[in-house]
Design a protein around this ligand. Structure first.
Ligand code: FMN
Length: 203
């Protein structure tokens, strides 16, 4: 039995809503046999954070959308990752992203785009959501559809500004984040298996 591979979820959440999305993404990743998931709050830029991310096959980035982009805490993490970038330490890792905000649109796409660029600068391989758009995309769509917010680049979630994290984001948005975590884990597992095969170390 080959070693477990790790999917790390590197996220910030100011008030707990995006943290729920992060936990859903981690649950999705660890639902795949052969994969373990780690949650890393990027607010504290500790050695443990960098070591955890260094050991991961895949990193899923997560941030609320604040003022139309990733939060300042997440951006501080992104800038601090320049010390990894210098040696291309994350090159060829799998990457993906999720975001949550109060508006149905809320300019979430800009946050996901920033995360995809962060991954590109690190030479990582970006995994998309891989789901058709739900809900208002078709006349018989439902608000509990997977990918109800219709994103492609990553997982989107919406939390009303006056709802606490115990009630938001919706179950549909959490299941969408779970789907992303599972998809990233499956992709990372295929990559790790292929590498072992090429190295002649396949079990
Ligand atoms: C400083 C700030 C800026 C925000 N900017 C946006 C925004 O641009 N678009 C949006 O839809 N919601 C915006 N919101 C709402 C948050 O995205 C929303 O409350 C989200 O659920 C917070 O997630 P968190 O609990 O993980 O921090 C903003 C909230 C704050 C505090």
């Amino acid at each position: 039995m080959p070693d477990l591979i790790t999917v790390a979820v590197a996220y910030h959440s100011g008030y707990g809503h995006t943290a729920r999305q992060a936990r859903a993404a981690a649950d999705g990743a660890r639902s795949v046999s052969g994969v373990r998931a780690e949650l890393h709050d990027v607010t504290s830029l500790t050695d443990g954070l960098w070591e955890g991310l260094s050991g991961a096959e895949a990193i899923i980035f997560g941030s609320p959308t604040y003022m139309g982009s990733q939060s300042a805490a997440f951006q501080a993490f992104a800038e601090a990752s320049a010390k990894i970038w210098v040696d291309m330490g994350w090159r060829d890792k799998i990457a993906a992203g999720f975001t949550n905000s109060a508006g149905v649109n809320g300019d979430k796409l800009n946050t996901l785009t920033s995360m995809a660029l962060l991954a590109a600068q690190h030479g990582m391989t970006w995994v998309t959501l891989g789901l058709p758009p739900g809900w208002l995309y078709s006349a018989d769509g439902r608000d509990d559809d997977l990918n109800r917010l219709g994103g492609f680049l990553g997982a989107m979630a919406q939390s009303p500004s006056d709802a606490g994290p115990e009630t938001a984001p919706s179950l549909a948005d959490l299941r969408t984040a779970e789907h992303l975590g599972r998809r990233v884990a499956q992709t990372a597992l295929r990559l790790a298996s292929g590498r072992r095969a090429l190295d002649g170390t396949a079990a």
